[in-house]
Design a protein around this ligand. Structure first.
Ligand code: SF4
Length: 476
């Protein structure tokens, strides 16, 4: 319920024989739907012929049975689900990108955000490049195809292009004969691969998508690694590995990823339970029941209840047939959707002192409404616990954390926020305890910059969006 937006999920299939790879991509993207709901696309590779379809909307709506039939069979496919931030939210910016270049063709899907996109784009534009979209995926495609002119293989071209990329990018790239998985050297976003019993390889942002197509998890792609799947088998290029400190986004565990995913050996569900247990130790309270805000606050609530000894209860029933709250643009529609989406189970909270656990608090508007709903249902006390520290700064690595002026923790003290949301007490997870969620000894191996403002890369001065939202003069 945090109101944060993940940008994307990526998926890839490689097989040595022709099969319904479009269907596999469809199921994989369906499992990754939580990572982006504004547009989606699939490209099928049928012996070097790329058939593709992409559009705005969720996977189930965009890929009807007829559309999947049209995509035909192939031995490879890649897919993408997307939430747009720097880009516009139209069909043109949907991914995967498909490009025809001097040496052939390529399809590419990306999850992340480059911190040097404006400079790279300017450099290419001054060399005569023309862009059709505002997305990093098109920019990265340009750099790879340009490098491809001077290299003998697509993987070498990717390796060279990576020298210029700064920030977060997680790619699946498909050439006529190869499927390639790439993770940036700091590993901001997750990426893993697995294999089905028939030998088909699957690449996905999260392991839950491997499960959805019956593939067994093999391993995570390492930060900086390029993994190539072709008829010869699997090869890797590690020229960009171990050059930088890993900075996997801690918010993948707290909110973005599905609880049934395992990222870098850590169960997302277990990480969230640990966040709840830490909260119980940091912010204990006398109460009768612990409830969670569905869905991403539930695991932390279970952890809080187990640690505190206070019984866990189901406090809200969620209408599952509505998109995540954040899909709706604008404050008004967001609020309306919260009311429609969650209904209080008054039998759990009436005449009780309630601890309500949410994954995080961004603007504070959603949790304020939830507190009111609990009081209206007869809760005698409402104690709010956030499984994330207070948000203080924006994210430059592919998450749409709200602007500083909208972050409630930037404008108010803890006591003020507690009053604003009308809670009896309020407690956030301590930023220094984030490492405990994933069994690290300290906070050095992951990104948590939106809670501190200390970034592991340069910070971009402007965005591509800035450039296109300014009016051009008549002369131009
Ligand atoms: S700034 Fe926050 S949301 Fe962005 S990558 Fe880092 S931890 Fe994740």
């Amino acid at each position: 319920m945090s109101g944060l937006r993940e940008e994307c999920g990526v998926f890839g299939v490689f097989s040595t024989f022709k099969q319904d790879t479009a269907k596999a991509a469809y199921y994989g993207l369906f499992a990754l739907q939580h990572r982006g709901q504004e547009s989606c696309g699939i490209v099928v590779n049928d012996d070097g012929v790329f058939n593709y379809y992409k559009d705005t909307g969720i996977v189930n709506d965009v890929f009807t049975a007829e559309v999947l039939d049209e995509l035909k069979e192939g031995n490879m496919a890649i897919g993408h689900v997307r939430y747009g931030t720097a880009d516009t939210k139209d069909r043109l910016n949907s991914q995967p990108m498909v490009v025809n270049h001097h040496k052939g063709r390529m399809a590419l899907a990306n999850n992340g955000s480059l911190v040097n996109a404006p400079e790279l784009r300017k450099k290419l534009e001054l060399e005569g490049s023309i862009f059709h979209t505002k997305s990093d995926a098109e920019l990265i495609s340009y750099l790879i195809t340009k490098a491809r002119l001077e290299t003998g293989s697509i993987e070498d071209a990717i390796n060279i292009a990576m020298n210029q990329l700064k920030g977060a990018y997680t790619l699946v790239v498909m050439s006529p004969a190869k499927l390639i998985a790439v993770r940036d050297p700091q590993g901001f976003r997750p990426l893993c691969y697995g294999q089905k019993d028939d030998g088909t390889y699957i690449i996905a942002s999260e392991s839950c998508a491997l499960d959805s197509v019956g593939a067994k998890f093999i391993r995570d792609v390492e930060p900086g690694e390029i993994v190539i799947f072709d008829r010869e088998g699997i090869r890797t290029i590690k020229d960009h590995c171990n050059k930088m400190q890993e900075k996997l986004c801690i918010f993948e565990y707290i909110y973005f990823a599905r609880p049934d995913s395992i990222i870098e050996g850590v169960s997302v569900h277990e990480a969230r339970k640990k966040a709840g247990a830490c909260l119980a130790l940091e912010h204990p309270v006398q109460a009768d029941v612990v409830i969670g805000v569905p869905d991403s606050g539930l695991d932390a609530a279970i952890g809080y209840a187990a640690q505190s000894g206070i019984p866990y209860g189901i406090g809200f029933i969620k209408n599952k047939y509505i998109g995540r709250t954040f899909i709706a643009p604008g404050q008004k529609s967001r609020e309306d959707k919260v009311r429609i989406k969650l209904n209080v189970l008054s039998a759990t909270v009436k005449d009780k002192r309630v601890v309500i656990v949410d994954d995080s608090i961004v603007r504070g508007t959603t949790i304020a409404k939830i507190v009111k709903r609990l009081r209206d249902a007869g809760a005698t006390e409402v104690h709010v616990r956030s499984a994330a520290p207070p948000f203080t700064d924006p994210c430059y690595y592919g998450t749409d954390v709200d602007s500083k002026e909208n972050l409630i923790a930037c404008k108010h003290t803890l006591d003020e926020i507690c009053k604003i949301i009308d809670a009896d007490s309020l407690g956030y997870l301590n930023v220094n305890h984030l490492n405990m969620l994933i069994g690290k000894t300290d906070n050095s191996e992951f990104c948590y910059s939106c809670f501190t403002g200390n970034y592991p890369t340069e910070v971009p001065e402007g965005t591509i969006e800035d450039k296109f939202t300014k009016h051009l003069s008549e002369k131009e």
